[in-house]
Design a protein around this ligand. Structure first.
Ligand code: OOG
Length: 247
């Protein structure tokens, strides 16, 4: 999987029947190799949290992956397409963890929202390492949920007003000035804050540390679009825009 990413060459899917627990172990090993080479854990992402994504990929279970600092593209920065196989781009809502989430107690007692202090529009560039962007649930989990690059727009404080508004904000994916996908933050598990709550049992069960400073991506509200040389933007009403230039 790491070789496929580094060479930007697709590989076949894994043999069918891989238990999900093993797929997460493979993911941790794949990310672990990046960390061993000096990359730093920068965040945690959710996937398949919207109907649009589930329908596009044929997978209807929430999945989780990890983000490293090497995947971070500054807002307005450049994405090098030569490093990618068949990239796609999707609009995201990003959160910032201000405190470690203590996952040792029962899920019901974990207040992840109390640990989050800011929200931002985000873009995720995904790039499945599997041929034809086709995969099963264990495949995509083992492949770190197709994570490639991400962009975070301007942060704003997650105060009470922002929390309430987050339940229904228009989300647009814009490519070279043209809106190619439109959805609502309400399509992310009903409310992006519910997606954060859903992360708690997943993080505990699958061994994802949720530590201060991390970026949390709640999952795309719309289907992903192919990424070609262009300026891409995620526009989230009230939150603003995150952008990148693919070349
Ligand atoms: C898997 C990653 C999905 C999301 O936001 O739903 C994802 C994929 O579609 O390749 O990141």
């Amino acid at each position: 999987m790491e070789g496929a990413r580094l060479r930007a060459e697709a590989v076949p899917q894994l043999p069918p029947g891989l238990p999900l627990a093993d797929a997460y172990r493979i993911q941790h090993a794949v990310v672990g190799r990046r960390l061993a080479r000096g990359e730093r854990l920068a965040g945690t992402k959710l996937g398949m949290t919207s109907r649009a994504k589930m329908a596009q990929m044929g997978i209807s279970e929430i999945i989780c992956g990890q983000l490293t600092d090497a995947m971070m593209v500054p807002d307005g920065g450049t994405v090098d397409l030569a490093r990618l196989i068949h990239p796609r781009v999707e609009p995201e809502v990003a959160f910032r963890l201000a405190r470690d989430v203590d996952l040792t107690g029962p899920d019901a007692e974990v207040d992840i929202l109390a640990c989050v202090d800011a929200v931002a529009p985000g873009l995720e560039i995904i790039d499945s390492r599997y041929a034809d962007f086709r995969f099963s649930l264990p495949d995509v989990v083992a492949d770190n949920t197709s994570a490639a690059f991400f962009v975070v727009g301007p942060w704003r404080a997650l105060d009470e007003a922002a929390r309430e508004a987050l339940g229904d904000l228009v989300v647009e994916l814009v490519i070279d000035g043209e809106v190619v996908e439109r959805g609502s933050t309400g399509e992310i598990l009903g409310h992006p804050l519910d997606a954060l709550r859903a992360l708690v049992p997943l993080a505990r069960e699958r061994g994802f540390p949720l530590t201060a400073g991390q970026v949390l991506l709640a999952g795309a509200a719309t289907a992903a679009a192919p990424l070609r040389p262009a300026r891409v933007e995620a526009r989230v009403a009230r939150l603003g825009t995150a952008s990148a230039v693919a070349e």
